[in-house]
Design a protein around this ligand. Structure first.
Ligand code: CA
Ligand code: CA
Ligand code: CA
Ligand code: CA
Ligand code: CA
Ligand code: CA
Length: 384
């Protein structure tokens, strides 16, 4: 793999985009790109606003792993947060954190959501996940009324990687095709094209490549056509998410040796979108229980925050994370950040794991000037 070639290619891509986007304030109300000096000597603190019901598991066992936010088409306050339970399925929570449905789907590790997939006479939203019961990639249709999940693939697709692990969807802005990425503990990334048009969806393996050691967190940018890969003990890579060129390019200040705020493992990755080119890439730095924030476009490190104990216990050892920019009502006016918590304490007692929700408004205001927000931009608009 020629990483110099990749580095030059990405650099040229960024230069070209810069000249196209000299004025990065594209008219939407609340955001202007701000050149910031990376904050490496401080970690900001915030408290959780909501915690979910605990997952079905014995206390103290490692069970909850990765969340995926699903935006309701008409009423954002009716949106659902899916959370994987590595012991046997996927739970669905409302914005109050109450479990409203549970799919006994097997040992699901990472989950993600995609919108507007076409079947014969219908358009559906889906939740997908890596399933370690049979080493498969599974996709489920979302019932928008109840949050229930129904298996929607022609067949379960068995992966060739050694233990399916990380997962995300990608909608190509170039071809309008939908893809699913998964990674194995062996460092292999597989890319599947999602075949629409029949009664059920199908998957076709279109690419695979090897990054070396164990990755988990995957996140795809549906506008910039990039895939971010968290190599747990190394750094965050960015690659072209189209199936023809996946040479990796390392993010600035994304490894322990580059940045003292990063402590391995690098775990969950997620993207805060705006209607412009910017927004944020966020990474779970599991070793020091913090979250690192990068500019979405330039991939430059901005700073880190942690979720500390308040009326709800704080986050430690976080695996998966997710974030959404949309106004979800008074409590979450510029979206929410969702993070798995390794050790869920209730009334001084350790309970099975759960997920914590934090208002993005609070995270945004930790920084000076505040991180940009775009509560009107609808992620569904990517999925054409
Ligand atoms: Ca864990
Ligand atoms: Ca996820
Ligand atoms: Ca991991
Ligand atoms: Ca994990
Ligand atoms: Ca906790
Ligand atoms: Ca708790």
């Amino acid at each position: 793999m020629n990483s110099l070639k990749a580095a030059i290619a990405l650099f040229v891509m960024i230069l070209l985009s810069c000249s196209e986007n000299e004025n990065v304030n594209d008219g939407s109300s609340d955001f202007v790109y701000v050149e910031r000096t990376p904050i490496t000597d401080t970690v900001f603190s915030v408290e959780a606003d909501v915690e979910t019901d605990a997952v079905e598991a014995s206390s103290g066992s490692d069970a909850a792993d990765d969340p995926a936010f699903w935006l309701h088409p008409d009423n954002p306050s009716l949106s659902i947060i899916y959370g994987s339970n590595k012991k046997g399925g996927i739970a669905a929570y409302n914005l109050e954190g109450e479990e409203i449905a549970y799919a006994e789907a097997g040992r699901i590790n990472n989950v993600d959501v995609a919108y507007n997939l076409k079947l014969k006479d219908r358009v559906i939203d889906v939740c997908g996940g890596t399933n370690r019961t049979n080493n498969t990639l599974d996709i489920f249709e979302i019932n928008p009324e109840t949050g229930e999940l129904m298996f929607v693939l022609q067949n379960q697709v068995v992966s060739k990687v050694n233990e399916v692990y990380g997962f995300c969807f990608y909608h190509s802005p170039h071809s309008n095709k939908n893809y699913a990425f998964l990674c194995g503990k062996d460092g292999v990334i597989e890319q599947y094209e999602i075949i629409e048009g029949n009664d059920r969806l199908d998957l076709s393996l279109v690419n695979s490549f090897d990054i070396g050691t164990q990755p988990e967190g995957l996140a795809a940018d549906h506008k910039h056509g990039r895939l971010y890969i968290g190599e747990e003990n190394k750094c965050i890579w960015v690659v072209n998410a189209e199936p023809d060129d996946n040479n990796p390019f390392k993010l600035e200040l994304s490894s322990e040796s580059d940045n003292e705020n990063i402590d391995y493992d690098i775990e969950g990755l997620t993207i805060y979108y705006t209607s412009g080119d910017h927004g944020f890439l966020i990474a779970s730095s599991q070793g020091n229980s913090t979250f690192a924030v990068y500019d979405r476009f330039y991939n430059k490190y901005i700073g880190s925050f942690e979720i500390i104990d308040g009326s709800i216990d704080g986050n430690t050892g976080t695996d998966g994370i997710d974030v959404i920019n949309m106004n979800l009502g008074a409590e979450f006016p510029t979206g929410i950040f969702i993070a798995q918590d390794d050790r869920n304490i209730d009334n001084g007692k350790t309970e099975p794991q759960n997920f914590k929700f934090v208002s993005w408004e609070k995270i945004s205001n930790l920084f000076e000037p505040p991180l940009m927000t775009d509560p009107k931009f609808n992620i569904r608009s990517f999925f054409k």
